[in-house]
Design a protein around this ligand. Structure first.
Ligand SMILES: [Zn+2]
Length: 267
């Protein structure tokens, strides 16, 4: 079977989704308050709408941009003459750092938060939360990423590795998996774990406006934004936004989130 890079991405994406959904069933950190099937169907349809809206108009031109920048030899990584696995590894670290600052901006800049809060409106968290993004956020982040590509100049291969890892890591750290304490302690020093990221989804903004890392977890301690919620505070109503909590699986509420005036806790 011939697998191009794009089908490879789809296989990784679906494989990750099934693997983490299975692990959640076996080692759940919290019990579900709504039907898992209902959540899965809602978030899958959100992802389907996003795929239709974003894929043709945003994703295809974006990939052409990545290839074009590589052909032109633009960007810091090209000027440094980075090649092979070293280029892929360094690109991964640098792009993940950009992603950290972009995520932080999504919480600090009111215009960006309007779109990003559609993701945070989920009052529970499992692997399907990783599918819950507003198309407006995906559009804005495509522009931000086009800028990073121009600045850093990753090869197309490095970009695919980065995107593949981002999607796997997002599925993993949104999943409702309870890792054994020992594993959690060492793993969360290197990569973002479900416990590390659940803290970022709590209503209390002291924790919600912290732990912004996506792949590597060391950006938060490095840039002073690490704040882990004590597990005792992770009660049934700890996750999400302070208002509109009974309508998180509504298409209308989800789509109109950027335009709603409800208080969502942004200082
Ligand atoms: Zn966030």
């Amino acid at each position: 079977m011939h697998l191009d890079l794009d089908s490879g991405r789809l296989v990784i994406f679906l494989g990750g989704l099934m693997l983490f959904a299975l692990l959640e069933s076996l080692f759940a950190a919290r019990r579900w308050q709504t039907s898992r099937l209902k959540r899965a169907l809602f978030h899958a349809s959100v992802a389907a709408v996003n795929t239709v809206l974003i894929r043709v108009f945003v994703y295809v031109p974006f990939l052409m941009w990545v290839v074009y920048v590589e052909q032109q030899g633009w960007g810091i990584s090209r000027w440094l003459g980075l090649e092979g696995w070293l280029e892929v590894l360094l690109s991964l670290i640098v792009l993940d750092a950009f992603d950290y600052f972009w995520h932080r901006a999504n919480h600090r800049v009111p215009f960006l938060w309007r779109f990003h809060k559609a993701h945070h409106a989920d009052v529970e968290m499992d692997v399907t939360t990783a599918l819950r993004f507003h198309p407006g956020e995906l559009l804005l982040s495509a522009f931000a990423k086009a800028g990073w590509v121009l600045l850093w100049g990753p090869t197309a291969i490095a970009w695919f590795v980065f995107e593949g890892l981002i999607s796997l890591c997002a599925q993993f750290h949104h999943s409702n998996i309870d890792l054994p304490d020992r594993v959690e302690r060492w793993l969360s020093r290197i990569i973002v774990t479900p416990r590390f990221h659940t803290s970022h989804h709590v209503v209390d903004r002291r924790y919600g406006d912290a732990n912004f890392s996506t792949i590597f977890s060391f950006w938060d301690p490095l840039f002073g934004s690490y704040n882990q919620v004590p597990s005792a505070q992770l009660t049934d109503d700890a996750i999400g936004l302070p208002q509109g909590r009974d309508r998180t699986l509504s298409y209308r509420v989800w789509f109109s989130e950027p335009f709603s005036r409800r208080n969502t806790g942004l200082a």
